[in-house]
Structures are given as C-alpha cells and as structure tokens.
Design a protein around this ligand. Structure first.
Ligand SMILES: [Zn+2]
Length: 360
C-alpha cells in the first residue's frame, strides 16, 4: 500500500481511543482525504523493540554478513520489532542497516570491546586495560550512539576465574564516552562485574546475573537500565547442565534461579527493565522473538503491562524514540486483542506498520 493510510484503535500505554492518518511516514490527527483504513479497532502499540540483539553473524567468530543482516532485520520486522538496539557486533554496522525502508531502525554500539580472554575471538575487539577508554570513544563515535564493554565473561568454569575489568578503567571509559554524548552498555554475569558497572554509572547493564539487590536503588537513581536477556539464559541452561564442572553447574543454577526475583525487585525499585533476547539468528536463538522475552519478564514476575512496555514504549523512550502521537514516526503494531490480558497475543500482530508503510 503506497497511498495515505488511516488507523484507529486503543493506543497503549495511555489506553485511549485514537485515530491517526499517516502522511510522509508520520502520524497525524488531521484527516487525509482518500486514506485507506488499514486498522479499524483493536489495540495499537508503539513499534516493538528488541533492546539486545546481534544480527548479521550467526556463529562465533564469523564476519558480519550483509545478506544475513538484511534477513535478520526482516525477521525482526515481521514480528513487529521496528527498532533494534545492537549492543556489539562483529564489525561496525553499515549505514544502510537501520535506514532502508524494509528494515527496522537500529541503535548500535560498534564492535564488542573486551579484555583479552573475554568473548569470542574474531568477534570482539580485544583491548588492553590502558586502551579501553580510547577504544570505547572510537566505537561510540563510529556508531554515533553506544559502545559495549565486557566486564567479565563466564561460559565455562575457566570464566569463573577469568579476567575482570578493573573498576577505575570502566569508570574512566564511561566518563569519556559520556563526554562525547554517547552511552555505555556493559556485559556482566558476576557480582563483581555488575558492581563495577553500576559504580561506573553505565547506561545499561546487560544480563546482570550476579547483580546484588543492594545496588538496585542506585541503578534507579542514576538511570542504569537492566536488560536481563532471559531468552538466552533459557538456551544456555542446557549448555550449563552439560558441563563436567560441578562448580560451573552450581554457579549457573544459582545465578539463573535468582534472576527472576532480581528483575522483579529491580522493577519494584524503579529500575528501567528492558526486553532483549540476545538473539543471533540461530535455530535456538532466532530473531523476531521479543514476545517470548516479554513473557519471561512477566514471569519474573513483572506486571504484564510493564513487561510489554519493556519491549515497546519504555524501551523507545529510553532510546529516544517517540510513542504514538501526532508528528511521531508511524511505527505501529496493531493487535485484535488487548495484549495485556494475554501476552501470547503479541505473537500475532494484526498489522505491522513501519515508517508509514504496511509491512504485514
Ligand atoms: Zn549480547
């Protein structure tokens, strides 16, 4: 459909009856003659967001691939995910990814940054402690938005004693990135990693498995978001259980078991909790599954409405994108039923409108 469009329904989160026309990719409340009605009733949600996804390379160490980027972006969009935050990728993302009409909008973080021994060779940009701040600024300026830093890396027993990012280095990198107008996402799976991230005042804590509840008030006060990525841990559970190391199995079981209560407490403390899948596009971690993460958040538990917000309005606001109002970009997902009463509704959008065009 190429002409002007028209839609009406109940807009969330305000829960108010709205009627919009779409002109030049933007929502307007002024009737546009001849507009085709593409949504007539139901619930309207600002375009969904996967706040932690890695399109473009599926296997650890593989280079960024343009065809995969395109395919992965479309998989997200078909599910109503109109905005991605990509906290690290095998290479800096090309400018067309995030701007072409049939791909989601993208907020990226340049290449993953970590100390030697962290994350996967070929994917991460390994830097020494002394180079971290410079590299963080470089990746931020390249992405125009964020950088992504590893505070720790634990996928086996060796990781439990592996390198840790010193607090003063992360604090310095964070200050430097903030000084150029960027934001910092930090990967942390240990109590120590989460603590240095919170104390450095980073903008988002990714995973947060070992996060101490005592730090939640500080996160809320300074605006550090939590992106727990339940989806990837559900997958990783099988890997952890198969480990020969009892120490590692115990560590993961304990950390995983407390993640739900921790997220619940974070929400109650006023921390911004966001939905991120950590998807790579593999059969076990496919793209376009943020609705599953919403269900995990709700099971933490979090109120269903807040869990949806974590994958829509809350995430959009956190990333600086508008909600449903005149003048805003027409990125809208419509549902026949109220998704707050049954989260499975999120898997079946009645319409996906992106950049003012009907995608689905
Ligand atoms: Zn990730």
């Amino acid at each position: 459909m190429t002409g002007p469009l028209h839609l009406r329904g109940i807009a969330l989160p305000a829960e108010e009856a709205v009627e919009f026309w779409i002109r030049d990719g933007l929502l307007t409340d002024e009737p546009v003659p001849g507009a085709a009605t593409v949504v007539d009733g139901g619930w309207l949600v600002p375009g969904l967001v996967d706040a932690h996804t890695h399109p473009g390379a599926e296997q650890p160490g593989d280079p960024l691939d343009a065809d995969l980027l395109r395919r992965h972006g479309r998989e997200h969009l078909a599910a109503g995910v109109t905005l991605l935050r990509v906290p690290g990728s095998a290479d800096r993302l090309p400018g067309w990814f995030g701007t072409e009409p049939d791909l989601p909008r993208v907020v990226s973080a340049g290449r993953w940054l970590g100390l030697p021994g962290m994350f996967y060779d070929g994917w991460v940009r390994h830097v020494g402690e002394a180079e971290l701040a410079d590299a963080a600024v470089e990746e931020t300026l390249a992405s125009g938005a964020w950088c992504k830093i590893y505070a720790d890396w634990v996928v086996d027993e060796a990781g439990l004693d592996g390198p840790r990012l010193p607090a003063d280095r992360l604090a310095e990198a964070t200050r430097r990135v903030h000084a150029v107008g960027g934001r910092v996402a930090v990967h942390a799976q240990t109590a120590e990693g989460a603590r240095v991230a919170v104390e450095a005042g980073v903008d988002s804590l990714e995973h947060g498995l070992g996060l101490e509840a005592a730090l939640l008030d500080r996160m809320a006060a300074q605006g550090t978001a939590l992106v727990p990525t339940f989806t990837v841990w559900r997958t990783f559970e099988r890997v952890a259980r198969a480990s020969r190391s009892a120490r590692f199995r115990d560590w993961f079981r304990t950390a995983h078991a407390r993640l739900g209560p921790l997220v619940s407490a974070a929400y109650e403390a006023g921390v911004t909790v966001l939905a991120g899948t950590d998807s790579y596009g593999t059969p076990v971690l496919p793209h376009g599954c943020v609705s599953g993460e919403v269900r995990h958040l709700a099971a933490a538990p979090m109120p269903a409405e807040a869990a949806i917000g974590a994958a829509s309005w809350t995430a959009r606001s956190f990333l600086g994108f508008p909600l449903l109002k005149p003048g805003a970009a027409a990125d809208v997902v419509a549902y026949h039923q109220d998704p707050r009463t049954d989260l499975r509704v999120l898997e079946h959008p009645a319409r996906v409108i992106h950049r003012g065009r009907v995608v689905r």
